[in-house]
Design a protein around this ligand. Structure first.
Ligand code: AHR
Length: 326
């Protein structure tokens, strides 16, 4: 009976999916019993696009059907997607929450329906940890700390007496925004050489990174900023374009510290236009699908899994073949 209802709902959802142009799950008769509902938050950056590809490839390799919905940066759309996955009775829900707050109601609905939830990439803020089975994603606080540790090393090497830092942050209230900021600030706090003169939001978008750089230069002038700490490569590359257009040498006149490690940013590091790239891997698909496998075969899963990540910077031998972007 449950199976019959499930197929009727599936037919309906497939029709809706076609209308909304979202990707429908590929049915594999041998593995049709495992269907993953995946709510991706958007396509705001190269990182996100690589992350979506990683999820799609890993699901295919595992033989799972992937029902993916892209929320185009809207929390309401993610909530709607999760509700549609519950109606469809998927086996596991995976989602990358755009912000941390506001998920308890819909996740309680998933819990009541007996569908386990994996948080992929970003965390939620909740007092009820039973609302998700597992989190797989970066340790964003450690990333922020690595950015701060690089800056201290660079200031020492330059013999800098004082540096004005402007921060271009990611989406307000998202985990990477909160934690990359907290980690960075914790490391530089108490060092009198550093003043954070501003923090403006660039929403992880390249276009907004450009806008932020324009605003910062208008407000502080070219001599008023020594360092830009930007929460992702897309925004950094946008800011870098603006600096160059204004005849300011990125990486020299203004130091650039960024997070992610996409190819274009690592190449800019190699040419001296970016000083430090803190790595954040988008390739979370295999780990996410391993969790799905455990959850659907009665295995146990860790509550938190962080991938291994490091830093590429201008103190390194950048001819090392390991220095590569995604
Ligand atoms: O949540 C991961 C962050 O989101 C990446 O750093 C950024 O590029 C993406 O948009």
């Amino acid at each position: 009976m449950k199976r019959k209802a499930r197929y009727l709902i599936m037919e309906l959802l497939l029709c809706l999916t076609l209308v909304s142009c979202a990707s429908a799950p590929e049915k594999n008769p041998e593995t049709a019993q495992v269907v993953v509902g995946f709510s991706q938050l958007g396509a705001e950056s190269s990182w996100r696009i690589a992350n979506t590809e990683s999820m799609e490839t890993a699901a295919k390799e595992a033989g799972f059907g992937l029902m993916m919905e892209n929320a185009n940066q809207k929390q309401e759309k993610q909530i709607d997607a999760i509700r549609s996955f519950i109606a469809y009775q998927v086996d596991v829900i995976v989602f990358s929450p755009i912000v941390e707050n506001g998920w308890d109601n819909v996740l309680n609905e998933a819990k009541k329906a007996g569908i386990p939830v994996i948080l992929m990439d970003r965390m939620i803020s909740t007092s009820d940890e039973s609302l998700y089975a597992s989190y797989v994603g970066a340790d964003f606080y450690a990333e922020g700390r690595r950015a701060g540790e690089y800056l201290i090393r660079k200031a020492d090497a330059l013999g800098a007496e004082h540096m004005n830092i402007a921060e271009i942050s990611g989406t307000i209230d998202s985990t990477p925004m909160r934690e990359r900021q907290r980690g960075f600030m914790d490391v530089i706090a108490g060092d009198p050489r550093f003043t954070v003169i501003d923090s403006i939001c660039g929403d992880f978008l390249r276009s907004k990174g450009e806008e932020c750089a324009v605003q910062l230069l208008q407000k502080y002038g070219r001599g008023g900023i020594d360092v830009i700490y930007s929460h992702n490569d897309s925004m950094t590359l946008g800011a870098l374009d603006i600096l160059e257009q204004r005849g300011i040498a990125p990486g020299k006149d203004i130091l650039l510290i960024t997070v992610d490690g996409e190819k274009e940013a690592v190449d800019a590091l190699k040419t001296g236009k970016i000083n430090c790239v803190v790595q954040c891997t988008p390739k979370l698909g295999p780990a996410a699908m391993a969790l799905v496998k455990s959850l659907t075969t009665g295995g146990t899963v860790s509550k938190i899994t962080h991938p291994e990540e490091g830093v590429f910077c201008d103190f390194d031998d950048l001819t090392d073949p390991a220095t590569e972007g995604f």
